[in-house]
Design a protein around this ligand. Structure first.
Ligand code: SF4
Length: 365
């Protein structure tokens, strides 16, 4: 029996349902007049939605925009992408990072090109079966391209939901994630799921900021628990950060006339789809140099001299903070090793080289 003054559960559920209806309407109205223009906005072409979603994973919108336009100009349909050589796809991806995404994109395009009419599957299981398409991308594609009621949860959306309903925890706690997913599913617009998902992301990116949320301009402020409690930044809890690890990288500059020698990959499975200068990682500079000498010894079959280091640089790959130096290598006789590829220095910026290699090219040019 409900206590005096306390609303019965059905009434509470009804009030929440009504509030969600109002929140949804306010959000969609705000989005229709405040959405930023991006080249992928407004399209429901599954191919274009897919490319944008893959590019936007772990990469800023401003960085993605020119890449997206170049990519779609070069490969306007999934069949064009499927028929392109992987090397060309990697060239157009060069500088975006996380290159496995490009390799998967190419692989999945080849699978879709074999499907009837070269059309993407329109169901969750069919999309998930394609290379590089996980839960998030499937949901984004199903809602935006196929207007199916799937909610998309990323860090921005989770922050809005956590503040709106005053939910404590961080997204890496499964119980908290389930709670956020449940609230989000109840809020989702079944009529406009694609716009709803994009509106939630847009609100998280432009208004409900991690620090200093702009509550005074927020369309959801009147329903927001965090705002009404005066402590929106308390939701969600910050994720414990993984400490950055410092690594040292010794890089070999092997010249032959106007060309330089490159190898595929870096070390320890890093950047393995891209061309890099022969390099070695170490915990200390001398350890990195020793491993580089062994590597160059294998490449040159023993006859080389190593000069003084120059061109110090810093670079970050995920949680690795890399400090590097470039070592000029002289060889007694011409070297010709199957794992080496010679690039003209002038064309290197257009080749499928890593961001790290690009940084080194700037140092040595
Ligand atoms: S009112 Fe403030 S905290 Fe709440 S959703 Fe809007 S911006 Fe975020």
């Amino acid at each position: 029996m409900p206590g005096r003054g306390r609303k019965p559960p059905a009434e509470v559920a009804g009030a929440k349902h009504a509030a969600n209806t109002s929140i949804r309407r306010a959000l969609l109205a705000w989005y229709s007049s405040n959405a930023r223009t991006h080249p992928w906005r407004g399209t429901t072409d599954p191919y274009a939605v897919w490319v944008s979603e893959i590019m936007l994973q772990q990469t800023q919108i401003a960085t993605v925009t020119p890449y997206y336009q170049r990519f779609l100009n070069a490969f306007p349909t999934v069949s064009h992408l499927a028929e392109a050589p992987l090397e060309r796809v990697l060239e157009l991806w060069s500088g975006l990072g996380y290159y496995r995404r490009a390799r998967h994109l190419h692989q999945a395009a080849q699978a879709v090109a074999q499907m009837p009419g070269a059309k993407f599957p329109e169901d969750y299981a069919g999309l998930r079966a394609l290379a590089g398409i996980g839960d998030y991308t499937s949901r984004a594609m199903l809602s935006i391209a196929f207007n199916q009621p799937y909610a998309v949860l990323d860090g921005n959306v989770a922050r809005v939901v956590a503040r709106l309903y005053s939910l404590r925890g961080n997204l890496h706690q499964s119980q908290f994630r389930r709670t956020v997913e449940k609230e989000l599913a109840a809020l989702l617009s079944h009529r406009e799921p694609g716009n709803f998902n994009q509106a939630m992301m847009e609100l998280g990116q432009t208004v409900c900021l991690p620090r200093g949320p702009r509550c005074s301009t927020c369309p959801l402020a009147r329903w927001c628990g965090g705002y009404r409690g005066g402590n929106p930044e308390d939701f969600p809890l910050a994720r414990p950060r993984r400490a950055a690890e410092t690594h040292h990288l010794a890089v070999a500059l092997i010249r032959r006339g106007t060309t330089v020698a490159m190898v595929q990959g870096l070390e320890e499975g890093l950047l393995d789809d891209l061309w890099n200068f022969p390099s070695a990682l170490g915990v200390t500079p001398s350890e990195a140099l020793e491993s580089l000498k062994q590597k160059v010894h294998r490449l040159t079959r023993g006859s080389f001299t190593i000069g003084s280091p120059f061109g110090k640089f810093r670079h970050t790959i995920t949680y690795r903070s890399i400090q590097g130096e470039v070592y000029p290598i002289e060889t007694a006789r011409p070297i010709c090793h199957t794992s080496l590829k010679w690039f003209e220095l002038g064309v290197l910026p257009q080749a499928a080289i890593s961001k790290l290699a690009r940084k080194i090219v700037q140092k040595i040019s």
